[in-house]
Design a protein around this ligand. Structure first.
Ligand SMILES: Cc1cc2nc3c(=O)[nH]c(=O)nc-3n(C[C@H](O)[C@H](O)[C@H](O)COP(=O)(O)O)c2cc1C
Length: 198
């Protein structure tokens, strides 16, 4: 239970966190291998992931922890669905991303329609949760891959994951360990992205 009277510590400078944030990178889901997080680490990652801003304290998201068995079953069902839909080979190939990683957390955006907090803001909070999960995993020494792919949007596929009407898959956060350091990827020229006003 959250102690709402507890005084939280003020932030202090952490060069360790700054250095880590400066080099954090996603992994390719196919390259994520064992070990994945332990049960205690999964709990920690979920708790830290949920410690995310959201307008109105609505907590408009939920997690589904998908172990290897459920993902193997889902991959099979999705492959069958892809066949019936006449999908291209690439759509079948990306199912490997779902099957390979040691652990996957599906983040589902569950906005309340018609609430005074706009749905867009509630969805943004689900995105922030995804990013927080990645930071938590990174701090524990794991790599992460945030994937959506076609099965996050196809209605029949979404139903296989148990996602209900009005909900959206914000992402599959695949977690595991990389055996080789990832390469850097292009980053924006900050001068093109930042405007300063007095
Ligand atoms: C909402 C969202 C969905 C994504 N879906 C996919 C996807 O389906 N397939 C893919 O290859 N990458 C996808 N990505 C991109 C990967 O997460 C990408 O590897 C990552 O953004 C690399 O950036 P980083 O190294 O700074 O973390 C997605 C990213 C986001 C934010």
């Amino acid at each position: 239970m959250t102690d709402l009277n507890a005084a939280l510590p003020l932030p202090v400078r952490s060069d360790e966190v700054l250095a880590r944030l400066a080099v954090r990178r996603s992994a390719s889901a196919q390259l994520l291998a064992a070990p994945g997080p332990s049960e205690a680490e999964i709990e920690q990652i979920l708790h830290l992931g949920a410690r995310t801003p959201d307008h109105g304290k609505l907590f408009p998201w939920r997690f589904v922890v998908l172990g290897p068995q459920s993902r193997a079953d889902l991959s099979e069902a999705l492959a069958a669905l892809a066949e019936t839909q006449g999908r291209v080979d690439k759509d079948l190939a990306v199912l490997a991303k779902l099957a390979n990683p040691p652990l996957t957390i599906m983040v589902v955006s569950t906005p309340i329609q018609g609430h005074k907090v706009p749905v867009w803001e509630q969805q943004l909070s689900a995105g922030a949760v995804c990013m927080n999960l990645e930071h938590a995993a990174d701090a524990l020494g794991y790599s992460a891959s945030w994937i959506t792919d076609w099965y996050s949007y196809d209605p029949a596929a979404v139903a296989l994951f148990g996602v209900k009407d009005g909900e959206t898959i914000a992402g599959f956060i695949h977690l595991g360990t990389l055996s080789e350091a990832p390469l850097e990827r292009p980053r924006p020229v900050m001068a093109h992205k930042v405007e300063r006003r007095p």
